[in-house]
Design a protein around this ligand. Sequence first.
Ligand code: MF3
Ligand code: CO
Ligand code: CO
Length: 325
Amino acid sequence: MTVRAGGYRLVNNSGRLYYPNSTQHKGMTLRVSQPQRGVKVQRNDPCPCGSGKKYKRCCGSSSTQERPKTHPQKPKIRLKTEADILGIRRAGQLVLDTLDMVESRLAPGLTTDEINTWVHEFTLKHNAIPAPLNYRGFPKSVCTSVNEVICHGIPGPRVLKEGDILNVDVTSILSGYYADANKTYFIGSPGSSAQKIVAVARQSLKEGLTMVKPGNTVGDIGWAIQAYAESQGCSVVRDFVGHGIGFDFHEPPQVPHFGQRGDGVYLVPGMVFTIEPMINLGGHELVILEDQWTAVTKDGSLSAQFEQTILVTDEGWESLTPYPL
Ligand code: MF3
Ligand code: CO
Ligand code: CO
């Protein structure tokens, strides 16, 4: 039986989700449902991880100690304990404080290298490490991506000017834990295309978040983002994705911001990953500059992004880098 045809999920006659590898369907009438935005997995339901155990005896155990240490469908995904979550939340607060510090100083006439100096010094002053510095050869402590730069802009002599949009992407390591978040800011007053792409990028992250709950999949997140962004005439970057995070900068799973309902692993409590849709005003194609890092839109159109580090909870999700969207 195909349980994921077209990204649909089978549900039993009580309206609960049916998961592959469980025996829950025997003797039940099954019908097909959309991924659910609101309904919670119940404690006696089969665990969405596919273990065949009851949710309450598996990923839904009220004690994080009793939960599996890794995702039963994909053991390379390490689930986070209560102590890990505290550590990532603390790193996340520092990331937010760093973004606020930068925002308060932004003005036309600054260079992106000045922002790098602020982030570097602020991070060290708070006993943390800027994760980008020397990461796979990245030469600076923060990513600064202006206008047509999609992501991984290297701080340098570029001078910010009135009407630019600027994404500042901060990742800090505090007591061994990583948190990652970014925002796109206006420099001075934005024109109408800048306003549009930033609004669509912000709402794209919100759309993705509506899908985050145990029993939905990674593909549901990407599907919701893509459906929304394309409905606004914008495009979703394919070449960079969200990622597991916490013990390391980039962990499994990958979290594409496009795709099919029902694809990818089931979300279970204790997963921590980023959602960070990069949205272009024109086409999704990109070019990497000679510095081997800076990704720009192929057609030169504006690109914007918002990123948060998200914990899957029993209820749905909690941002470990929470800021209003
Ligand atoms: N912070 C980026 C992300 O959201 C990754 C930057 S990698 C770097 O995943 F090397 F450019 F810093
Ligand atoms: Co990230
Ligand atoms: Co980031």
